[in-house]
Design a protein around this ligand. Structure first.
Ligand code: SF4
Length: 338
């Protein structure tokens, strides 16, 4: 681990001043990913700006019936907050599918969005990796790529985004609030994370001198008909091979609104609006769910060790939409896929 300076910011304006004065500094909140990256010599910030005590820990109703979640709300507090469990249970379920209780206690909502891929080559400084060292090559394309992307990958990088919570947030049309030297801006969640293209080192559209201040959820929470299904190699403390967030509005058995997003399959939480559109107006049955899965996975491409993910995703989408339609969401503490 390198030597670094440490500074604690007492408000957002001070945090902005500190980062502007030292552009190679990094903000630290829970530190559950950044400290590992520093120990592994992958991140080498000159300075850590501690933002953990900034007043960004509130969960408040918004004027239009939605919810504003401060960027420093711990993942556990968010998952168990009554407004989340009652109105946005898809978010609670996705959070509880991720990491471990100890990590969820430390990790912040904002940090969850900014965590970096868990591609093993990214963490192994003895191997080429375009994300860690642009232009060096991608070890995963010809290497062990069981956990890697099947959608939206490039010749430069086939890594996946590791978050569960983000899959629920993109499905629900969340917005990200960020503050920078030019003031506050709001980014649609689906535009926040990037596909790798030729620049896999850039994972989000947040500027290095901006601070993430809040996540906003719209009023519609799909509390009655939703499910988050995570398929992984072991029940807990494992990243998704494939995860699926499904949310439906039903009029009887007819679908009036649909949301469908996948995790573990791409460099960003993968939402498919064409697949969602195919569900609207349809009867909520296996035929409609199969069609949506086919649309979403059209163009999916496997690598030598992960082609199985395409069929796994297809079956997972149908299962998760079925759970959502029945109003029997996947229980995260259950070993059994319902
Ligand atoms: Fe690096 Fe991306 Fe290739 Fe993994 S998949 S080795 S993160 S470039």
């Amino acid at each position: 681990m390198i030597n670094f300076e440490y500074q604690r910011a007492s408000d957002v304006a001070e945090a902005m001043r500190f980062i502007t004065a030292d552009p190679s500094a990094k903000f630290i909140a829970g530190g559950t990913n950044l400290i590992d990256l520093m120990k592994g010599d992958i991140e080498r910030p000159s300075r850590l700006i501690d933002i953990s005590r900034l007043p960004l820990k509130a969960i408040e109703a918004t004027a239009d019936g939605g919810l504003r979640i401060g960027a420093l709300v711990p993942n556990s507090d968010l998952a168990y907050h009554p407004l989340i469990t009652e109105r946005y249970p898809l978010v609670a379920s996705a959070i509880l599918a991720g990491a471990s209780a100890q990590l969820r206690n430390m990790a912040s909502t904002g940090g969850n969005l900014l965590q970096r891929t868990r591609c093993p080559y990214f963490y192994d400084t003895a191997t080429p990796c375009n994300k860690r060292e642009p232009g060096s090559g991608c070890s995963a394309i010809e290497g062990l790529n069981r956990m890697h992307a099947i959608l939206g990958a490039s010749d430069a990088c086939i890594a996946t985004h590791p978050s569960d919570m983000c899959v629920a947030l993109v499905a629900l049309d969340a917005k990200v609030h960020a503050r920078g030297p030019a003031g506050e801006r709001v980014i649609a969640f689906s535009d926040f994370h990037r596909l790798p293209g030729d620049t896999p080192q850039h994972e989000t559209n947040l500027h290095s001198d901006e601070i993430l201040t809040a996540i906003e959820l719209p009023a519609q929470g799909f509390a009655a008909n939703h499910s988050y299904l995570k398929i992984r190699d072991r029940l807990s403390y494992a990243f998704a091979l494939v995860s699926i967030a499904a949310a439906l509005e039903l009029d009887g058995n007819k679908i009036t609104e649909a949301r469908l997003a996948l995790g573990g399959v791409a460099h960003k939480p993968w939402r498919d609006r064409e697949a969602e559109a195919s569900l609207r107006g349809q009867t909520a049955d296996a035929a409609a769910f199969r069609r949506a899965a086919d649309i979403l996975l059209h163009g999916a491409k496997g690598y030598p060790h992960n082609t199985f993910k395409i069929d796994l995703a297809r079956r997972g989408i149908i299962r998760t939409l079925t759970q959502a339609a029945r109003g029997t969401p996947q229980v995260q503490s259950s070993k059994k896929i319902m």
